[in-house]
Design a protein around this ligand. Structure first.
Ligand code: ZN
Length: 324
């Protein structure tokens, strides 16, 4: 098994550690912990600060606002990075990823899922960047100051970004923070595709032609990501892989990787597991089962292409976004 092979663009592990407060990166009992990252061959793990709002905040008993919640979640990330600095280090550049790899260390990238804590204040984007955030999804599944989420209602799905959303993507590009279109409405997606110039990313989404879910991307959307040099991280969530799936399988993950490669080019395919945000059963169990997925990819792709899918494409896209 190759070490330092996987650049996984999305997981919800940080949110669990932050919210539950009982576990740390070593003892976390979900899909990802340090031992599982080592076993699975992690190169970079993106740790999303997912910001619960609406019913999600009520259900979790969260009383602070999205901005305060993000700051506290980022504090949790920093504490975890300090506590386990002998194994994993936070990264803000691709050069730091390479440095960690060469030193035999794992890399962790802080991201935001749902830009709701921006709350209409453009200066917050820089504040989050300075705090270490290197990718931010413009929405989750609710409207915020930037735009609207994906929807089964075709009219709602075509809602565009708000004028402030256009300012936000310009500021993210200027700073070198990846614009993540996963969860966004298709109308918002096209605003990102038509207004920016750097690569943009769908951190955890699949191909809609294979599973007709509004969280997935149409062929035209896949090609639009490719045109700008971005990447799409295949999500391991059962209904995104196949609407009637009862198990998340290696075969379905490979099927989406092949499809995206065929439609948008091999250089567009990446990994976005959504570990700790998805429910099982998972054929490969958790992050430690990543070698099974690598094997599955190896059956249909060359070794070079497997490396591209597992980390090379994401590294290239982030390098371009960071301006390195
Ligand atoms: Zn998500």
């Amino acid at each position: 098994m190759k070490q330092f092979n996987i650049f996984d663009m999305h997981c919800d592990t940080l949110s669990d550690i932050h919210r539950l407060g009982k576990e740390d990166l070593a003892t976390a009992s979900g899909h990802i912990n340090l031992e599982k990252l080592w076993k699975g061959g992690s190169l970079v793990q993106c740790f999303a600060a997912f910001i619960p709002t609406h019913e999600g905040a009520v259900r979790r008993g969260i009383t602070e606002g999205p901005y305060e919640y993000f700051l506290h979640c980022a504090d949790t990330f920093d504490r975890q990075m300090e506590k386990f600095s002998d194994q994993i280090r936070p990264v803000r550049t691709v050069a730091e990823i390479e440095k960690n790899r060469d030193a035999g260390l794992l890399s962790a990238m802080l991201t935001i899922e749902d830009a709701v804590p921006v709350e209409g204040r453009i200066e917050r984007v820089k504040e989050f960047y300075d705090r270490g955030v290197r990718m931010m999804s413009l929405t989750w599944n609710y409207e915020n100051s930037i735009g609207y989420p994906n929807s089964r209602d075709p009219e709602a799905h075509m809602l565009p970004l708000k004028p402030f959303g256009l300012e936000v993507i310009a500021e993210m590009e200027r700073l070198g923070m990846a614009v993540d279109v996963s969860h966004l409405s298709e109308g918002g997606f096209w605003d990102v595709a038509n207004h920016g110039s750097k690569p943009f990313i769908a951190s955890h989404s699949c191909a809609r032609a294979l599973s007709d879910h509004p969280r997935n991307l149409t062929d035209d959307q896949l090609r639009a990501v490719a045109k700008r040099g971005g990447v799409v991280g295949v999500n391991f969530c059962k209904p995104f892989l196949r609407l009637d799936a009862t198990v998340s399988t290696v075969e379905d993950i490979v099927r989406h990787a092949r499809y995206i490669a065929n439609v948008a080019g091999i250089e567009t395919v990446a990994m976005g597991s959504d570990f700790d945000g998805i429910s099982g059963p998972l054929e490969y169990e958790d992050f430690s089962g990543f070698p099974m997925i690598v094997d599955g990819l190896s059956r249909v792709f060359s070794d070079d292409d497997v490396d591209r899918i597992c980390h090379g494409n994401a590294l290239r896209a982030f390098r371009d976004i960071f301006g390195e």
